[in-house]
Design a protein around this ligand. Structure first.
Ligand SMILES: C[S@@+](CC[C@H](N)C(=O)[O-])C[C@H]1O[C@@H](n2cnc3c(N)ncnc32)[C@H](O)[C@@H]1O
Length: 868
């Protein structure tokens, strides 16, 4: 535990240093710093400071300039504009959460109130202070013509800053780099799509994907599709869980796998026939796959200027192979007819065009690169390159033949723009076998902090907040970065005529450059799977998968059913499915797992659940305990179990009068096998349930770290008589609201506001006599209060219905809404219905609140948020 605290403290100090350093970079602008002096082309940092985190960031790196000039990434005459834009701070951007109840109000507020007031106040800017991004649909994404630092420092922007902070925290907006919003838009997602986000953390694109599938779904209904968001890094998975929790989706599964080995889930046990008599395969394949792969991150230079100092050509080379493997796994898991987007926040052709070309080469006509020039026409982008070079240890290499033998394990044929046939010439296993960069080596070689091109919230100074600084752990590996620049003294005599031009139509790829629309840089390619992959297309990847599995088997004793021999069934298993494991010997659908108790007891379970809920206090406990569970199938992650305790389900249904139309059976899950000790119950959509059942059939190959929407939480009150043991959760309320028939009140605007303002109100203090009466005669315990709008009947399934979870005590009614959410709701009500701006109990003279007796106290009843 102590260790955990120390780590936390160190993390905070590091983050503070990082922020200070970053701000200095902008303070000093592009002025030379000491570390720039005497820098040569091949030595970007000749004067390494013993404490580099204190050094103001240099925005110079001659190696960088030479590399990208050499790659002709921009026309020569535009170079100065390109490089000077890279040295300027990145303007902030954010998205409005389109599935939020108040998204139209927020958009209106931006269009009217803020656009005008900011333009007037901030008069030293030539262009508009804020504007919607022209290429983002429905004015849902906005660009600020000032940086995050200016936002923090400028007094006239303070109110806007406060607005952004609050809205981001409650989840109505998400701060995200503009270019990072692009890839999901090219996926062409529909609400019934099964989507796999292979490298998903910290989750900004996952959030977008969820928004798209939830759009236009009526309250009380769920989309048919789902998103599986995967990331190899468990800590970053937790950021993703935190980030996407604000979306309140029952259609999300978060998994923790190396994307290149993302499991195949194919059950050969329960094959059924469809209406045409065809065998229906029970297999996990996706309509859409997003491969937003780890990369060198030099497209985020404007946001993370420390990359200037770290950048070298080896970073892109070092991550190329992993990128190809992840992309090929994505293609393999994609349904025929499906679409995959490959993207990076790097400008480097070795990480971009070279990877796309290798996908096309390996898939031998089964995959095509789409021309999407007609989509998002207002987004300025440049065509992909057809020719490029590779740089290794100070040498430019035009073709693979130029690679010294000693470097052939690191510099791969697929990094060059060779044609389709060059694969067979080069793709011998031995070459790839030699390239043994594993994930941790890759981590050391590339700047993972920059891959976080989502800015969760970095505009205030709270170190507990999530932001791009969270990934600082990956910085400071400079010493381990193979500095290619130090080896070769200067340019070699490259015979430019030898450089090949790719035979693929790589101009269909898109490169977004910073100076075109004052943004960061990004690379996007849209691929379409025309037919199943040929057997040997996946061979390279498949073989390495099996090699990997063999290694795992020999090193980790408790791999569970993943550890079964690979058995192919006689039934037609798609060829593009490496690592298929027949499910015959796996447990059938069940809600108990024999190994669970052995691996982790209930205590561990509860801790992980708590962590899942963003209760930071439990993080250390979880981490400490997790250390104990270092092996075994679950390795620190609790398995998911269906919650089928009929007594509890019936009592919940009856207490809240939940209509029979709303299915609870087989849609509720927990992470605790012991029904008597379950603390939280989650709701899963039909699509998620199907995947979960398939996962059971195949022996739980998917390592699920989170899924579902929290709908009920256990409570214990002073007086248990007649009260349901589970209360409603705020996250789940919008889904359940249309089906709730009991324990529901409708309040006038005045009483509703008072409740939000004072949090607890004694019955006689309510203004509306009917409300007073109804509230006092309700069963004690959890209940719902819906706002009764003037001249409007309450329609609970009306998407505009505003409701909150409350607690009915002996003599008062209290809200079970966090302070921040209450404040936000008060402001939304004020914006929508007018009236005075009121604030929560902290700022007011809480006479009602002070007088009220808080009967929901007793720490077990509510989360700290709800207990005053
Ligand atoms: C570019 S970031 C993804 C950003 C994310 N898509 C978003 O929009 O928020 C790349 C992610 O890949 C993850 N990663 C690195 N290697 C991986 C691997 N082998 N398999 C899966 N994820 C990996 C990193 O942990 C990192 O979170």
């Amino acid at each position: 535990m102590g260790g955990g605290k120390a780590v936390q403290k160190r993390g905070r100090t590091q983050r503070r240093h990082f922020r200070e350093g970053r701000e200095n970079a902008w303070k000093y602008g592009t002025k030379k710093t000491r570390s720039d002096e005497g820098a040569t082309v091949d030595d970007p940092n000749p004067n390494p400071n013993p404490n580099p985190s204190w050094e103001p960031f240099s925005t110079q790196n001659p190696g960088f300039e030479e590399y990208y000039k050499g790659q002709a990434i921009v026309p020569e005459e535009q170079w100065d504009e390109f490089i000077s834009t890279l040295r300027k701070p990145l303007p902030a951007a954010f998205r409005i959460n389109a599935s939020g109840q108040f998204f139209k109000d927020i958009r209106l507020q931006l269009e009217n109130e803020f656009t005008t007031s900011l333009d007037t106040e901030v008069n030293d800017y030539e262009t508009e202070a804020i504007r919607p991004l022209p290429w983002y649909p429905d004015k849902l994404a906005w660009h600020l013509n000032f940086s995050r630092m200016q936002l923090r420092k400028n007094q006239t922007l303070e109110r806007f800053h406060e607005f952004l902070k609050q809205e981001n925290e409650v989840g109505t907006i998400t701060r995200q780099e503009a270019v990072s919003m692009v890839p999901p838009l090219f996926l062409d997602v529909l609400p019934d799509h099964y989507i796999l986000d292979l490298c998903a953390a910290p989750g900004s694109k996952t959030f977008q994907l969820l928004e798209i599938i939830h759009q236009s779904i009526k309250p009380g209904f769920l989309p048919d599709g789902l998103v599986i968001a995967n990331d190899v890094d468990v800590q970053r998975c937790n950021l993703l869980i935190h980030q996407t929790k604000r979306m309140c989706s029952a259609n999300l599964i978060v998994t923790n796998h190396e994307a290149q080995y993302f499991p195949s889930c194919l059950s050969t046990k329960d094959f059924t026939r469809d209406e045409h008599g065809e065998l229906k395969k029970d297999i996990l394949q996706f309509d859409r796959v997003l491969c937003d792969v780890p990369c060198s991150g030099d497209g985020t230079l404007r946001k993370a200027p420390d990359i200037w100092r770290k950048w070298n050509a080896g970073m892109g080379n070092g991550v190329h192979r992993l990128q190809v493997e992840i992309a090929m796994r994505g293609i393999t898991l994609l349904k025929v007819g499906g679409r995959m987007v490959y993207s990076t926040c790097s400008m480097n052709p070795v990480e971009n065009e070279a990877v796309v070309a290798e996908i096309l080469r390996r898939s031998k006509g089964s995959v095509e690169l789409l021309d999407v020039s007609y989509e998002l026409p207002e987004l300025v982008r440049r065509p992909g390159l057809r020719t490029w070079k590779v740089r290794d240890r100070g040498l430019w290499l035009a073709t693979y033949e130029d690679v010294p033998i000693s470097r052939r394990g690191v510099i791969l044929p697929s990094m060059f723009p060779c044609d389709e046939i060059c694969t067979s010439k080069f793709q011998s296993e031995s070459l790839y076998e030699n390239a043994t960069l594993n994930n941790s080596e890759v981590k050391n070689n590339c700047s993972f902090e920059s891959v976080d091109h989502c800015v969760t919230m970095d505009i205030d100074n709270d170190p507990k907040k999530l932001g791009n600084d969270v990934t600082l752990v990956h910085i400071s590996k400079d010493a381990e970065i193979e500095d290619d620049c130090k080896v070769g003294a200067s340019q070699n005599d490259l015979d430019e005529t030898k450089a090949k031009v790719s035979s693929f139509s790589l101009e269909h790829c898109m490169r977004i450059l910073p100076y075109d629309q004052n943004s960061g840089a990004f690379f996007i390619a849209v691929l379409h799977k025309i037919s199943s992959l040929h057997d040997d297309s996946v061979k390279a990847v498949g073989q390495s998968n099996r090699r990997k599995q063999r290694t795992q088997r020999s090193t980790s004793p408790g791999l569970g059913s993943d550890d079964q021999p690979v058995v192919r069934s006689s039934i037609d298993i798609p060829q593009d499915d490496p690592g298929v494991v027949e499910a015959a010997s796996a447990p059938g659908p069940t809600d108990k797992f024999p190994s669970v108790k052995d691996d982790q007891g209930a205590v561990e379970t509860e801790n992980i659940e708590a962590f899942d809920n963003g209760e930071d206090g439990n993080l250390e406990t979880k981490q400490t305990k997790e250390n104990l569970v270092t092996h075994g199938k679950w390795r620190g992650v609790d398995p998911v179990v269906f919650f089928r305790d009929e007594n509890t389900i019936n009592s919940i249904r009856s207490f809240y009068g939940i209509s029979d139309v709303f299915p609870l059976d087989s849609h509720l899950v927990t992470r605790n096998c012991d029904a008597n000790h379950v603390k939280r119950i989650y709701y899963i959509s039909e699509s998620v349930r199907d995947i979960l059942e398939l996962n059971f059939k195949v022996g739980q190959k998917l390592k699920i770290t989170s899924l579902g929407l929290k709908v009920f939480e256990r409570q214990a009150s002073k007086d248990n008589s007649g009260t349901c043991t589970f209360r409603l959760s705020s996250e789940g309320l919008p889904l359940l609201l249309p089906y709730i028939g009991k324990q529901i009140l409708s309040a006038s605007l005045e009483d509703f506001r008072h409740l939000l303002q004072y949090r607890t109100i004694k019955f006689p203090d309510f203004v509306d006599a009917d409300f007073r009466e109804n509230a006092s005669t309700l069963m004690p315990g959890c209940c719902v209060t819906v706002l009764k709008e003037k001249n409007k009947e309450i329609f609970q399934d009306d998407s505009s219905a505003i409701a909150i979870v409350c607690w009915k005590g002996k003599s008062n009614l209290s809200i079970m809404v966090s302070q921040l959410d209450a404040q936000e709701l008060l402001e939304r009500l004020q914006a929508r219905f007018g009236g005075q701006r009121v604030s929560g109990p902290d700022e007011s003279d809480a006479s009602h609140g002070a007088a009220a007796e808080l009967e929901v106290s007793g720490a077990q009843v509510a989360e700290p948020d709800f207990v005053e």
